[in-house]
Design a protein around this ligand. Structure first.
Ligand code: 13P
Ligand code: SF4
Length: 354
């Protein structure tokens, strides 16, 4: 059931210009060798998101770190014994690592790597939203600041959002959801939960266009359409698979289709090509530069991460994540609820039914 309350659509966040690191083979090899030495000396492990550069993803795997979606990034960093966690991704991912590992040094290649969802949900406005609906359980997407997580009852990632909302709905709770209106709307449709939605959006996924996608699919009728749930409803409606980045990669690995049309950040193609060599991967249309596309299938904040910046941070220090202790402690509760739920669900201790 959709709620009758209306929340104003948030102003569109203006993304920064896209600046991607370009390296030749010699510089890449020199930087990687230098970073590996520094990581060893500093007992550091690299956790990278699928949207970061191929160089960072490769380096994470070569050094015993991980490349994953935001849920697994949180789990991996928490479980790993290294004293320093390097998070290649956006700021909320670094903050989540610090919240779960206060005793560790958590650093990022660039602390200015934000997220339009996080930026569209200031903590004071979110607190007022919660105060206006005290009868509702608040569920926030991981793409939020530590202060917003500290005010929320639950944190979820795209990989587990529908399961947690379904569980809360079955327990009889009405919900507040923030900040992604498209993901919230999708979760509401598949669970039937009573939800009031914050009206933020992702500048990358909001740009996918349903009509152009239909046309592309007609030209490639054997392709499976894979869609991240931060995309608009009309795009999700055309999907064969809707899921987190890990779930979409799993679809490419396991489905028999020769071709895939992918509606998420194109950084994911690096891992998709690796797990399914020989398959044709096509970018879902965003209407291109000059139309309404603000960030054409690549996140400008994710692109701020690179080998040069990582080497500089390890050499000269800085870019460490710090979170005020009381905010950290409260945010840890709502994140830990998600991790405990994920573990219990995996162990078969939570039955969600149909
Ligand atoms: P995942 O958790 O699916 O990796 O998504 C994170 C994200 O920021 C997608 O835009
Ligand atoms: Fe945020 Fe979208 Fe970038 Fe993901 S792709 S980090 S949701 S702006």
């Amino acid at each position: 059931m959709k709620s009758v309350f209306s929340v104003p659509v948030k102003p569109v966040i203006q993304p920064p210009p896209m600046v991607e690191e370009v390296l030749d083979d010699d510089e890449r090899a020199e930087l990687k060798a230098r970073i590996k030495r520094l990581m060893k000396a500093q007992d550091a492990v690299l956790v990278a998101h699928y949207y970061t550069s191929a160089d960072l993803q490769d380096l994470a795997e070569e050094t015993g770190g991980c490349v994953s979606d935001s849920l697994e990034m949180a789990r991996f960093g928490h479980a790993h014994p290294a004293k320093t966690l390097i998070v290649a991704g956006v700021k909320f991912m670094g903050e989540t690592a610090k919240i779960l590992n206060p005793e560790k040094r958590v650093i990022m290649p660039d602390l200015a790597a934000e997220c339009s969802l996080d930026l569209a949900c200031p903590a004071d406005e979110f607190a007022a939203f919660c105060d206006a609906h005290p009868d509702r359980v608040s569920v926030v997407y991981a793409n939020t600041s530590a202060a917003v997580k500290a005010r929320a009852d639950w944190v979820v990632t795209s990989g587990i959002a529908a399961k947690i909302v379904k569980y809360l709905h079955q327990q009889g709770h009405k919900l507040l959801w923030a900040p992604d209106r498209h993901l919230g709307d999708y979760v509401q449709r598949v669970t039937g939960a009573d939800m009031i939605l914050w009206q933020g959006s992702c500048v990358v996924h909001e740009a996918f266009k349903a009509e152009a996608l239909k046309k592309l699919h007609a030209e490639h009728p054997h392709a499976a359409v894979l869609v991240h749930p931060e995309s608009p409803e009309a795009v999700i409606a055309l999907a064969d698979v809707v899921g987190s980045t890990t779930q979409l990669i799993e679809a490419v690995r396991t489905l028999p289709n020769p071709e895939f049309i992918v509606a998420t950040d194109n950084g994911i193609f690096h891992k998709m090509h690796e797990v399914a060599p020989g398959r044709t991967l096509l970018e879902a249309p965003t209407a291109g530069i000059g139309a309404t596309c603000q960030s054409c299938a690549h996140c400008p904040w994710m692109a701020m991460n690179g080998l040069r910046k990582l080497a500089a941070v390890l050499e000269h220090g800085g870019n460490e994540i710090h979170i005020e202790a009381s905010i950290r402690a409260r945010a840890a509760v709502s994140i830990q609820r998600m991790l405990d739920f994920a573990a219990a669900e995996k162990a078969g201790k939570i039955q969600l039914g149909d």
